[in-house]
Write a protein of this length. Structure first.
Length: 95
């Protein structure tokens, strides 16, 4: 009877566990990036929004400055066209 009890109490076979002999840096970086993916996507969105806002501000400033330069040029041309001949005639510089 002792023979049958020794067979019934056998240990389970050990499982196979493969241990890597090298460290794959690429895989570890990818795992790290995947774990921080939610945080990084939110940061990327914030950076993109900030960049867009800066570009919008600079574009608006450029448009306003161009418009201002054009208006000043038109006013100077109008003043010179209307008042310069009278000024020159009054000083007798033009005959």
């Amino acid at each position: 009877m002792g023979l049958f009890t020794s067979f019934s109490k056998q240990r389970k076979p050990r499982g196979f566990h493969l241990q890597h002999r090298y460290h794959d840096e690429r895989k570890s970086r990818l795992k790290k990036l995947e774990s921080n993916n939610a945080i990084s996507t939110e940061n990327k969105r914030k950076k993109i929004r900030q960049a867009w806002n800066e570009k919008r501000k600079s574009a608006n400033y450029k448009k306003k400055s161009r418009l201002l330069i054009i208006l000043i040029a038109i006013i100077l041309i109008w003043i010179s066209y209307n008042f310069l001949p009278d000024f020159l005639l009054s000083n007798k510089l033009v005959q």
